[in-house]
Design a protein around this ligand. Structure first.
Ligand SMILES: CC(C)(COP(=O)([O-])OP(=O)([O-])OC[C@H]1O[C@@H](n2cnc3c(N)ncnc32)[C@H](O)[C@@H]1OP(=O)([O-])[O-])[C@@H](O)C(=O)NCCC(=O)NCCSC(=O)C[C@@](C)(O)CC(=O)[O-]
Ligand SMILES: NC(=O)C1=CN([C@@H]2O[C@H](COP(=O)(O)OP(=O)(O)OC[C@H]3O[C@@H](n4cnc5c(N)ncnc54)[C@H](OP(=O)(O)O)[C@@H]3O)[C@@H](O)[C@H]2O)C=CC1
Length: 414
């Protein structure tokens, strides 16, 4: 029986049998009910309750020679099926390869107003400012990180952004960077008499770019009535439309962020930070574009996705959210870079599956088939009734809430 045809408990047992979960981790996944109210109260303000989302796994995600089972947190039906489908296609030609040139965070101290003479003074003190920043968070220096460099960008005639670029090692680094930035800002105000408007990290993490590339044999893309070459050409054309039309680009990127956000959330990372960075990067040359592109090389359809992924392997809420550590263990990643690589690979596969569906049967066939369960539940079906209503919904001429409600009523009337 396929993994996705098994029951929840059978899936956990399969992962144990495969050696992907220890007995202790399996016990956690079986009984996990999320955050306690007490833990939730420690995390946010004015806490009332907790809010749960489903978590599943994409299987067979092949990245840089390793095969990963990837936890994904999402409320949207068909996202995990699509991630699995994309990963399966990409695995046919060796999986996804990733490159990470650098992993650092950027923060800004905005100097405004500043004269050219004042700027020259500040620039002359760059080494001192780097020392100030490192002294504000010495433990990151002890861990092998710290200030990488400082650069200056003139934003308008009286405004300069002093950009602090910091190697944050295994953390996302937002809090540590903000401490460093505020220390630099204080010295600039006190010793250089410069007006500092504000200091804060930037989520446009261009120093944490990850590129995922992968290929699929064109022949494997064939579907009833369409040759592999026709489907591959359709995917290339769809990817081109996302380069020339922001209306399409936004949807193209939403599709790949379906996978990226789901893994970011499962890992306990800050998904708003990843979303904002990705969307800013999509508009980096002044026009908003698709983050991934596809082209044909010989017998292969080749895809590439680049985006900023400043995720942490430690810090933030990763220790506090109960599922984050078991999820990282199940994913089989042991560093922030490895996590970023897996996330990028899921994004590329997610995009491939969505484009494949769009240029073949259309999105509704696969998506709505999987939406049937959630429609049945929305109509009020109990867990026992959901599969019965969902099965009938898939045969019905229209798959909508009214039909689901009518089918449920029929079922209850026997
Ligand atoms: C839904 C599929 C995968 C069906 O895909 P399919 O080819 O019709 O069905 P299949 O039964 O032949 O399955 C193919 C593979 O999909 C996976 N798969 C299949 N079913 C399951 C399942 N239940 N649970 C887990 N994995 C599943 C699995 O890997 C399976 O291979 P197998 O293991 O059977 O050898 C396909 O139609 C698809 O990928 N569709 C895209 C769905 C999608 O992107 N959903 C997101 C919501 S729409 C959206 O938000 C974004 C969008 C689409 O607008 C983005 C854009 O426009 O670019
Ligand atoms: N704009 C944004 O995106 C903003 C985001 N945030 C939030 O900031 C949080 C992330 O900030 P971050 O600074 O990463 O989190 P933390 O404040 O939790 O700092 C990271 C922690 O990890 C510890 N650590 C242990 N091992 C390592 C290692 N190998 N490398 C690096 N650190 C290690 C550090 O220890 P030590 O102290 O000894 O160095 C530090 O305590 C997220 O919750 C995010 O939501 C906050 C402000 C703005």
């Amino acid at each position: 029986m396929k993994f996705y045809q098994q029951t929840r408990l059978q899936r956990i047992a399969t992962l144990v049998a495969e050696g992907q979960l220890t007995a202790q981790e399996a016990a956690f996944f079986k009984t996990n009910t999320g955050l306690t109210q007490e833990a939730a109260d420690q995390l946010i303000e004015n806490q009332l309750t907790t809010f749960a989302l489903p978590e599943g796994v994409a299987r067979g995600v092949q990245v840089d020679g390793h095969v990963h089972t990837v936890p994904m947190v999402t409320e949207e039906p068909s996202v995990i099926a699509a991630a699995s489908h994309g990963a399966k296609l990409l695995a046919l030609a060796g999986g996804v390869q990733t490159t990470i040139q650098q992993r650092a965070m950027v923060g800004q101290v905005i100097l405004q107003p500043i004269t050219p003479a004042q700027l020259a003074q500040v620039q002359a003190a760059t080494a001192q400012l780097a020392q100030v920043a490192n002294a504000a968070h010495p433990s990151i220096v002890a861990r092998g990180g710290g200030v990488d460099r400082i650069r200056y960008r003139q934003l308008d005639v009286q405004t300069v952004s002093l950009d602090l670029i910091v190697d944050v090692q295994e953390a996302m680094g937002a809090n540590m960077l903000n401490s460093m930035l505020e220390a630099v800002a204080a010295v600039l105000r006190q010793q250089f008499d410069v007006t500092v408007l504000m200091s804060i990290l930037s989520n446009y993490a261009t120093t944490s770019l990850v590129t995922a590339t992968g290929q699929v044999p064109v022949a494997s893309l064939a579907r009833t009535g369409q040759t592999g070459a026709q489907v591959a050409a359709g995917i290339v054309n769809a990817s081109h439309i996302a380069q020339i039309d922001p209306y399409r680009a936004a949807t193209h990127n939403k599709g790949l962020m379906n996978g990226i956000d789901a893994v970011v959330m499962a890992s306990g990372n800050d998904w708003r930070a990843i979303e904002s960075g990705a969307q800013a990067y999509a508009a980096r040359d002044g026009q908003y574009r698709g983050l991934s592109t596809w082209h044909i090389r010989g017998e292969q359809l080749v895809g590439s996705l680049t985006l900023p992924l400043p995720v942490g392997y430690v810090g933030g809420a990763i220790r506090v959210l109960p599922a984050a550590q078991p999820n990282l263990a199940l994913m089989g990643v042991h560093s922030a870079k490895a996590l970023a690589s897996v996330i990028a690979a899921v994004g590329l596969g997610q995009n491939l599956a969505a484009l494949h569906a769009l240029v073949t049967s259309g999105i509704q066939k696969g998506h709505m088939a999987l939406q049937a369960k959630s429609l049945a539940a929305t109509a009020g079906a109990t867990p026992e009734e959901v599969p019965l209503v969902a099965a009938q919904l898939q045969q019905a001429p229209r798959m909508d809430l009214a039909t689901a409600a009518a089918l449920l009523q029929e079922l209850r009337q026997g």
